[in-house]
Design a protein around this ligand. Structure first.
Ligand SMILES: O=C(O)CCC(=O)C(=O)O
Length: 293
């Protein structure tokens, strides 16, 4: 497997960055933030997590938090949503002027940072331990989620700030570069969403250092490979910032839980709720003319 060649992000997006992203649907920038900043963000995330655990919050704006237990059996949160709502430091980070430059990758569409939309600022915390609920993530693209939010597929990017060193051999993000230009059949059926997590001969990985940034197109097939090591060394934390387009659709405490979260959860072999059965029926009967604007 090859690693995606990384770039440096100076003070602007270069023609080379744009061309690479257009061709591959993904780009990796080294050292987008310094290690001290990574430390600050990790402390901030810990504060948010403590607040949510203390207040027994299970969902934020309809988005379920994902809980696991650490080696001593203590609960911790493995997927946070709308994290910037609880942290002035992270809110300020979303206002970093470099993101306005990176939004140009959505061109010709007018993009924005979805701090209050979709799942907001997400923090994923993978760890390879017996009580972990989040060790890997099967093949998927992010775009069909729009269909479950009641809109057509809108151009979007997922921007990941990586908070742990993660050389490719250890596991982590894998992508099928170039699949962002695929047709609808491939977008929906190239892999079994979330169920298939088999390595693909064409996949590429990333040699990540804490502070690196990756950006992938919402239509790109990607997955997360389980760590090759176990315990605390396997920890992989990454913050995802949604760059989105289309009508402004903020969420609030009364927002419903989108089906794609239930789909991702099916792997956990929970009993299927009747309401979920109805949504699976809706998935099979999607109206194809709603897919694109
Ligand atoms: O953790 C990652 O790097 C990828 C996460 C992802 O694909 C997702 O949350 O949909």
């Amino acid at each position: 497997m090859n690693a995606l060649a990384p770039f440096q992000f100076g003070q602007q997006l270069t023609r080379e960055h744009r061309q690479f992203f257009k061709q591959h649907g993904v780009i990796h920038f080294k050292n987008f933030v310094q290690r001290e900043t990574v430390g600050l963000f990790l402390r901030e995330i810990q504060k948010v997590e403590n607040h949510l655990l203390t207040n027994e919050v299970k969902k934020v704006n309809g988005i379920p938090l994902k809980f696991g237990a650490d080696l001593s059996g203590r609960p911790f949160i493995q997927r946070l949503a709308f994290t910037s709502h609880y942290s002035p430091v992270l809110r300020e980070f979303l206002a970093d002027s470099r993101f306005q430059l990176l939004l140009e990758l959505l061109g010709p569409y007018q993009g924005r940072i979805g701090a209050d939309e979709k799942d907001g600022l997400v923090v994923n915390h993978y760890v390879n331990t017996p009580n972990s609920q989040f060790k890997d993530l099967g093949w998927h693209t992010d775009s069909p989620r729009d269909l479950f939010l009641g809109t057509r597929i809108q151009p979007m990017l997922n921007v990941g700030l990586h908070l742990d060193d993660y050389p490719m051999q250890k596991g982590g993000l894998r992508v099928l570069a170039g699949t962002h230009t695929q047709g609808l059949l491939s977008l929906f059926f190239k892999k079994k969403y979330f169920v298939d997590n088999e390595p693909d001969p064409a996949e590429v990985g990333f040699n990540i250092e804490a502070g690196d940034l990756t950006i992938h197109d919402g239509r790109l097939w990607h997955r997360v490979q389980q760590s090759s090591v176990v315990g605390i060394e396997s920890r992989r934390r990454v913050m995802y910032i949604p760059f989105i387009t289309g009508a402004y659709q903020p969420k609030d405490a009364n927002s419903p839980t989108p089906f794609y979260h239930k789909l991702a959860g099916l792997k956990q072999k929970r009993p299927v709720h009747p309401e979920e059965g109805a949504e699976k029926f809706a998935l099979r009967n999607l109206s194809w003319n709603r897919l694109f604007s």
